[in-house]
Design a protein around this ligand. Structure first.
Ligand code: SAM
Length: 232
């Protein structure tokens, strides 16, 4: 369970809100029940329920189980897609292990907003489910041209392009180090956007195969393929 407060051994953790409801009413945890907590700062801890009321659960932290994990240095730059699909991409990309989620606005996006708190909730739930001890960072929504203009020079940008590109697995092997994947919206990138990304000095156009994948399929495919090829 994620707790938004610094945790350490031999201290109490007070849980309220939805998390307390989940522990007390859904899981029906009683005094003495063990719960794993993580704070996205120092790691994961074992705690035991001291008291569980409907709106407040008190726990005693007894043991540190793990340090905060080091996450592979992969960012997902995802053009905004419809809300439920964006939620799905946020959840799956978190489970698959990205370090940072970068929402980007492009000409063919059918929506122009993404709620940070909604994305964060998806990331928290997914992290709890897959037992990540480090939440992915969520970047502010940026327009594509601004993103390209401020791109960090040390990070390669794999441009997933259904129109064709290098073999993705081979390209990842040849380009170790900090990386990002960029995936377009439902309608793809415009010709101008495609040209602008390809012209960027850090970009490598890559193919995920001969079929046109939906944006959500492309995102999970590319992340999985990168994770399978990246060293370490
Ligand atoms: N322009 C397209 C169209 O409407 O026919 C499709 C865009 S596709 C649904 C959404 C995004 O998924 C693309 O912008 C691209 O980033 C990624 N994508 C889909 N299929 C891909 C493939 N075979 N290789 C690499 N990227 C792909």
């Amino acid at each position: 369970l994620f707790v938004d407060q610094p945790l350490s051994c031999d201290q109490m953790a007070e849980i309220d809100g939805n998390a307390a409801h989940y522990l007390a009413n859904v899981m029906r945890l009683k005094e003495g029940a063990p719960v794993k907590l993580f704070d996205d700062r120092s790691g994961e801890y074992l705690a035991h329920v001291i008291s569980a009321a409907k709106r407040k659960v008190s726990l005693a932290i007894t043991e540190k189980l793990r340090e905060r994990e080091a996450v592979p240095d992969l960012w997902l730059v995802q053009a905004l897609v419809k809300k439920d699909r964006l939620d799905w991409i946020a959840e799956k990309s978190c489970e698959l292990g990205i370090a940072r989620f970068v929402p980007v606005l492009t000409n063919r996006c059918v929506v122009d907003k993404a709620k940070d708190d909604r994305l964060r909730s998806q990331m928290i739930e997914a992290s709890e489910q897959c037992e990540r001890t480090a939440l992915p960072e969520i970047a502010q929504l940026t327009k594509l041209d601004a993103l390209l203009a401020s791109w960090p020079p040390e990070r390669i940008l794999f441009f997933c392009d259904e129109r064709g590109g290098d073999n993705f697995a081979a390209s990842v092997k040849d380009n170790a180090g900090p990386a990002a994947l960029i995936i377009g919206p439902e309608g793809g990138f415009t010709d101008q956007e495609n040209a602008a990304i390809r012209a960027h000095p850090n970009a490598r156009a890559v193919s995920l195969g001969p079929r046109i994948l939906r944006a959500d399929t492309a995102a999970v495919t590319a992340i999985s393929a990168w994770m399978a090829q990246a060293p370490g």
